[in-house]
Structures are given as C-alpha cells and as structure tokens.
Design a protein around this ligand. Structure first.
Ligand SMILES: Cc1cc2nc3c(=O)[nH]c(=O)nc-3n(C[C@H](O)[C@H](O)[C@H](O)COP(=O)(O)OP(=O)(O)OC[C@H]3O[C@@H](n4cnc5c(N)ncnc54)[C@H](O)[C@@H]3O)c2cc1C
Length: 428
C-alpha cells in the first residue's frame, strides 16, 4: 500500500482551513485507486497557530493578551480524522520542483527532506517588516521578542509608527493607551500624556478600505489616547542612533523632518513568503500569480493551488478565506479525480472577490471603528466583536476545528473550457 500526499505549505489561517476542507470534502470523495491511499500533510515552521490578529495588543501586554490566547497547537486540532489521514511536518519549504512534483523541506534541526506531492497548496502568507507581528520560527521566539519590547515600552517618551493601515492604527491605539492611560469620558486628549505617539500616514486618509468619515473617527479615538496622525507623509529612512540599551531610532520623513524615537514600529505593508518559489510563479508584487477564478497556479504545472494572503487573487484578510478555500480545494479534487480516474475533468468552481467595505479596527481596549458588508459599525459593536480579545476566544476555535468548512457550500459549476482552456489541464 502506498500513500500519496496533498501537501499544504503553511500552518496558519489559510493552511489550516485548506487542510480541514481537504480532509472533509476532498480525500473521502476521491475515486478508489488500488493500493493507494491519500493523506493531507501540512508543512509549517511552527507547531502552533499564531493568532496574528491579536498581535497589536499581545506585543504590548501579556496581561491583556496572554500566550494562551495567542498560540494554539496545530496537531491536536486534527485528532478527529481517521488515523494516518493527517500528517504534520515541522519545517520550512525551501524549494518546489514542479517537474518532479516534490517539495524540499528543512526541519528545525537542519535536516533536509524531499516530499513528493499529488497536489500542492501554497499557503505561506506574508511576513511583516516589524518582527512583532510574525511568527518566523516558533512561539517561544516570538514571545521573547515581545518580552524585550515590553521591557523598553514603559520608559518610552516618543513612539513613532510608520504606516496607517489597520495594523498601524491598532498598534498606535494599544501603545498610546498602555503609556497614557484610558481617557476621561469627555476628554478629547489625555491631560498629562506620558508619551508622544505619532502615526505616520502616507496618504490623505488612514485605513484605505474604509470611508473617510470612519477614518476621521479613528483619528478622534487615537487623539483621545494621546496619539497624533501625520498625513501625506512617508517614512523615508530609519537608522539607529547609538547601540545597546536605550538605543533610539532616527526616523526621517518625506517632508524633511526627523524624529528621534525611543521606539519605532514599521507597519508599512507586508512581504509575501515566496522566496523559495521560482520567479516565474510570482506577480510583480512577489505574490503567487494564479488564475483569479480557479486559484490554480498555472505557471507551476498540474495540481498546484494558492490560498490566503500570499495569492495574487486577493486583497487579503481572514474573512476572504471563507470564499477562497472551497474554490481552490474543490478544483484540486476535480483535477486529482481526473488524474486517478483517467476521465475528463469536471467543471470548475470559481472565486468571486467580496470587495465590500469590510474591516474592524479596535482602538485601545474600549473603542474602535469599522464597517461590515458596507455598513458602518458603532464603536461599541467593534469593541464587542473584536476589541475585547481580538476575536481569539470566538474565532480561533472555529479556525482550529475547521467548523466553517463542515459543509462543502453551494456552488455553480463553470464550464471547463471557460476556466481551463489556458491551463491545458482539461484532462487532469
Ligand atoms: C498584526 C496583524 C493584524 C491583523 N488583523 C486582522 C484582522 O483583524 N482581520 C483580518 O481579516 N485579517 C487581519 N490580518 C491579516 C491576517 O493576519 C492575514 O489575512 C492572515 O494571516 C492570512 O493568513 P495566511 O494563512 O494566508 O498567511 P499567514 O498568516 O501569513 O501564514 C502563513 C503561514 O505559512 C508559514 N510559512 C511561511 N513560509 C513558509 C515556508 N517556506 N514553508 C512552510 N511554511 C511557511 C508561516 O510560518 C505561517 O504559518 C492581520 C495581520 C496582521 C499582521
């Protein structure tokens, strides 16, 4: 008896969802092949899911956001599936050979292995420029990074955050509240702020996905906590002044000003984790280029798919995965079924991006701004949904158990010719 693998690279929101979907709706429905079984294998550097959404608060305070709300072991989340159907490999993919259909993996001890795949799902996400928001190796290493940061933070008088997307805004709110305290009910700003917190916004408004009025409300809430926003300005460069304890950072802005910051946090966008993939598979932003309807990585040959923020098809975010994972995994099943049965592939499932105004952004522990499905949310709703614990208590169990994918979901088959003509995959 031989075992073939559906390999998933990445053990975060996208990778876990894809694995659950494959175990529930792909493997059980594959045609029987004499002498062969199929498993689902996740390759990821850490044994734990990192609750990245809670990063802005966890980096500031382990009392408010303890490790138990930030890291969750992956393997036990798959105990309910038949023995042998799920494999977890702690390691980092270093190369994909699409001709030989193998992935090279380096384990934490430095051992190198090559794993053959029947189908491959790339879900390696992105890294942040600040080490505070990325689990580069394991939970212990990230917690040590936070420990160092939390030692420096209380004595900081000047904090600069570059980038006014949701990560920058949330982090500014958490830091300003930690240093300057909660504002009085009617106060528009703290009376005696301990620290000057400055958020640098490259555009004329923060939070690009949200409308202007909501962005302005975010500014009001930030001001209440003692954080100011500088608009239409970029961080041009940063350099450490001095070394060792008490090192400051000189932050140079595009308007020519410099700020000597006790703490500088770079929240200016993200870097896709794709350096191990061939350049021809990537788009001009180094994301994995895919067919935006089928999520097949067409440059990579048969049975390679992408899900999550590393893919060119998405504007990112955890919510979008509810639409994307079923599409990629259904098409994977279609292609693998065609290969096993030797019959013509069935119709495709297609992805449609939900581009409605949708983002929820806590600002400190008591307030926040946001919209859902195009509707503005009041501050107390933002607090109730996300501000209390960054959804760790409510959403992490769902992601770990794969409960959002308990059903396959309804879909309308697209004619094969419309989506596969270019791929040459019509017969598997
Ligand atoms: C601070 C912060 C707050 C956020 N808040 C929200 C929010 O409130 N709501 C929301 O919708 N989105 C939020 N996001 C975005 C959200 O985190 C992403 O949409 C989500 O993490 C994407 O999941 P992913 O699985 O695609 O990628 P990632 O979460 O980046 O996971 C990628 C995984 O792949 C692994 N990996 C990387 N390289 C390799 C390799 N070579 N081999 C094997 N494995 C590899 C990584 O270790 C990781 O496990 C936030 C992001 C940040 C940084």
């Amino acid at each position: 008896m031989s075992t073939e693998s559906i390999i998933i690279l990445g053990g975060s929101f996208a990778g876990l969802g894809a694995a659950h979907y494959a175990l529930k709706h792909v493997v059980p429905q594959l045609p029987k092949k004499e002498g062969t079984t199929y498993n689902v294998t996740i390759v990821s550097p850490s044994k734990d899911l990192f609750w990245r959404i809670g990063g802005p608060r966890a980096c500031v305070s382990k009392q408010l956001m303890p490790a138990s709300k930030m890291f969750f072991p992956i393997e036990p989340a798959f105990n309910s599936y038949p023995k042998g159907s799920f494999v977890f490999i702690q390691g980092t993919a270093t190369h994909v050979d699409s001709a030989g259909q193998t992935v090279s993996v380096t384990t934490p001890s430095g051992e190198q292995t090559q794993i053959p795949y029947a189908a491959l799902v790339i879900a390696t996400g992105f890294s942040t420029p600040s080490p505070l928001f990325t689990q580069a190796t394991d939970a212990t290493a990230l917690q040590s990074t936070w420990d160092v940061f939390q030692k420096q933070l209380p004595s900081a008088k000047t904090v600069v955050i570059g980038g006014a997307g949701p990560v920058g805004v949330e982090t500014a709110g958490e830091i300003a509240e930690a240093l300057n305290g909660k504002p009085g009910f009617m106060a528009s700003a703290p009376k005696n702020p301990k620290a000057k917190v400055t958020l640098i916004c490259a555009e004329k408004k923060m939070l690009p996905i949200l409308r202007e009025a909501i962005s302005k409300q975010a500014e009001t809430f930030l001001k209440k906590l003692g954080a100011d926003v500088v608009y239409n300005t970029k961080v041009v460069s940063t350099s450490p002044s001095g070394d060792g304890e008490g090192t400051k950072t000189t932050v140079t802005l595009s308007d020519g000003r410099t700020i000597e910051a006790d703490i500088y946090i770079d929240a200016t966008g993200v870097r896709p984790n794709t350096s191990f993939l061939p350049k021809e598979w990537l788009d001009n932003r180094n994301r994995v280029a895919c067919n935006p309807k089928t999520l097949r990585v067409e440059a990579a040959g048969p049975r390679v798919y992408v899900v999550g923020d590393v893919g060119s098809y998405t504007r990112g975010g955890a919510i979008d995965l509810g639409d994307a994972i079923p599409v990629a995994m259904t098409n994977l099943r279609t292609d693998l079924t065609a290969l096993i049965s030797g019959k013509e592939a069935g119709p495709d499932r297609v992805y449609k991006a939900n581009l409605s105004e949708q983002q929820i952004c806590p600002i400190g522990t008591g307030k926040g701004v946001g919209a859902f499905g195009g509707h503005k949310l009041p501050s107390f709703m933002v607090w109730a949904i996300k501000g209390r614990d960054y959804m760790s208590g409510q959403l992490a169990p769902q992601i770990l158990s794969g409960s959002s994918f308990s059903k396959e979901g309804k879909w309308t088959p697209e004619p094969v010719a419309a989506t596969k003509a270019k791929t040459g995959l019509a017969s598997g």
